[in-house]
Design a protein around this ligand. Structure first.
Ligand SMILES: [Zn+2]
Length: 244
């Protein structure tokens, strides 16, 4: 470890990001509707306090994206930290052992909606930037810390929008998502498709004259599950996160 790395790491006190994570959890941003205005203000203030220059960029007023820059000696290499501020909603708060928007710290763990996905990453990335500025380390390139909105609903107004608008052109990118604390250099993707199964109506007393589309679809679902499921599970890669 070199001197600069040591200086940065020595600035990290885990109580600080843990406390900030609690604050993020106590600022709910469930999606839907995905309103991130309040939580983005909390992030902006923290990043400003850390000495970064903060821009708030929004495709839609209720979904602001916080993009904070820590300038180094050169524009590049450009490293981007990206994590999302919105969370999935709370369906039934009575089922929670700890109140979902309390951000309680119990036995070394922080509880609350979004604690893992993804406010923990937001807090960790901001803490990392803060440690760099506090250590007085000047980076060779530039660091962008992006706390984005609209991930849980697919990102059209979050990271995707920032990328499409040209705000994100990194040389390296760290996505803060849940990988059981493993570094994952690759990620699975997702493919949505629609299957239409057609039947044929028939008189109720003569079902043999018809074709039951529900039964056909049931066969298809079982095929996907039984034949393709195990093949998909077997497709692991040492660089991807552990299977869920
Ligand atoms: Zn997430």
């Amino acid at each position: 470890m070199n001197e600069a790395e040591e200086a940065v790491l020595s600035r990290i006190d885990e109580r600080e990001p843990a406390g900030f994570l609690g604050e993020l959890i106590r600022t709910p941003s469930p999606a839907p509707p995905g309103d991130c205005r309040e939580v983005s203000e909390v992030c902006s203030a923290k990043l400003q306090e850390a000495g970064l220059s903060v821009q708030v960029l929004a495709a839609e007023e209720a979904m602001p994206n916080v993009v904070a820059t820590l300038k180094g000696e050169e524009l590049r290499p450009l490293l981007i930290f990206d994590a999302h501020m919105d969370s999935v909603p709370v369906e039934d708060a009575s089922q929670w052992v700890h109140e979902p928007f309390s951000g309680e710290l119990v036995d070394g763990a922080i509880y609350g909606r979004g604690a893992g996905d993804d406010k923990g990453s937001v807090a960790a990335q901001i803490a990392a930037a803060q440690a760099i500025t506090e250590a007085g380390v000047r980076l060779k390139g530039t660091l962008l810390v992006c706390a984005v909105a609209d991930e849980e609903q697919g990102g059209p107004r979050g990271t995707k929008w920032l990328r499409d608008k040209g705000y994100l052109r990194p040389d390296s990118l760290v996505i803060g998502q849940q990988t059981d604390n493993h570094v994952a250099a690759a990620e699975r993707s997702m493919c949505r498709f629609e299957v239409v199964v057609r039947g044929k109506g028939a008189y109720v007393a003569m079902p043999w004259d018809g074709v039951n589309a529900i039964v056909k679809m049931a066969r298809l679902i079982c095929f996907l599950q039984n034949a393709l499921g195990p093949r998909l599970e077997a497709r692991v890669h040492s660089h991807s996160p552990p299977p869920l």
